[in-house]
Design a protein around this ligand. Structure first.
Ligand code: ADP
Ligand code: MG
Length: 303
């Protein structure tokens, strides 16, 4: 193999918006059988929006919380997180303050629970924001009546985020995301190149299915806990598949490193970029297929 051809391939990649870390990455692109795609921020824009808010009760007392209390306490806590869900909640809380009142409270305590949610103290109150499992693990009982609301939101393709205040369930913030315009074409291209696309997400099954259907992906793995993403890649590799992983978040880093080829969205977090072999500059999903195509062509000229 001539290193020159690999360098030319790498240079051509840069023109296509694909930054390749080394010639080895180009080599591994060639034999990819499956492309595992993270959902939030990879297939979707990651610019989530709050679409609804449901608090428990109508007054801010021991047995009830009003909408604004739930939104502002959760938003204040989420302003310390970079997660797409967190940004949506914090933005909505900021908007609720209007232009005059200014900024959200700064949490006295904050802790991120990767793949689950956030916890901390805001204005002397203990606040939890995250998936259902997270609140339950932290000892908060989610009332049975809430179940219907959660399944409805999920069936609509949304992500319900639960809020706990001072040890009590306080409400649900519903957030939703939109699919990237480039995603439909990108998935079609991956299939044409002989790769099976798989959607992998920590989000709920309903939201995952809606996105998968919208872009033409058949296989979906939802509700993946942080460690599960790596195990999914390992499992596919154990089946003899050569796996590409495409992601953008801190929670994707280990999977990106485990995959035969890791591609990070340039719009993603530094941890993801560091773990990947290839950076897709504009976060355009079509670049994944471009990278594989480029490596196949480059290596063909070498042989
Ligand atoms: P994804 O694979 O979609 O990027 P994550 O593994 O980061 O998802 O998170 C899984 C789920 O955990 C999210 O869908 C959300 O319900 C919950 N979650 C994670 N981080 C937060 C947060 N900062 N605030 C609220 N919920 C969160
Ligand atoms: Mg993501």
């Amino acid at each position: 193999a001539t290193p020159t051809a690999l360098l030319v391939g790498t240079g051509r990649g840069a023109q296509l918006g694909i930054l390749i870390k080394g010639p080895e990455a180009l080599e591994s692109s060639r034999g990819i059988d499956v492309a595992v795609l993270d959902k939030t921020g990879t297939v979707t824009t990651g610019a989530m929006q709050v679409t609804a808010l449901h608090s428990v009760g109508c007054t801010d007392t021991a047995d009830g919380f009003d909408d604004l209390t739930v939104l502002r306490l959760s938003g204040a806590l989420e302003s310390s997180s970079e997660h797409p869900v967190a940004r949506a909640v914090a933005n909505a809380a900021r908007e609720s303050l209007g232009s005059r009142s200014g900024t959200l409270s700064v949490p006295e305590e904050f802790r991120n629970h990767q793949g689950y949610g956030v916890s901390g103290v805001v204005r002397g109150r203990s606040v939890l924001v995250g998936r259902r499992r997270f609140l339950e693990d932290q000892g908060i009982e989610v009332p049975a009546e809430v179940g219907g609301l959660l399944s409805y939101a999920e069936s609509q393709g949304s992500t319900p985020v639960l809020v706990g205040i001072d040890g009590h369930f306080a409400g649900v913030v519903i957030v939703a995301d939109t699919v990237k315009e480039s995603a439909v074409g990108a998935v079609a291209q991956l299939k044409k190149l002989g790769m099976e696309p798989i959607l992998l997400t920590g989000d709920n099954e309903g939201a995952a299915r809606r996105v998968a259907d919208a872009v033409g992906v058949h296989r979906v793995i939802a509700e993946a806990l942080p460690g599960d993403k790596v195990r999914v890649i390992q499992q596919l590799q154990a089946e003899g598949q050569s796996v590409a992983m495409v992601g953008d978040g801190v929670n994707d880093a280990a999977a990106l490193a485990q995959a035969d080829l890791g591609l990070a969205m340039g719009t993603g977090t530094d941890v993801a970029l560091d773990a990947a072999d290839i950076t897709v500059i504009r976060g355009d999903l079509r670049s994944v297929a471009d990278a594989v195509q480029l490596s196949r062509r480059t290596l063909r000229t070498i042989r």
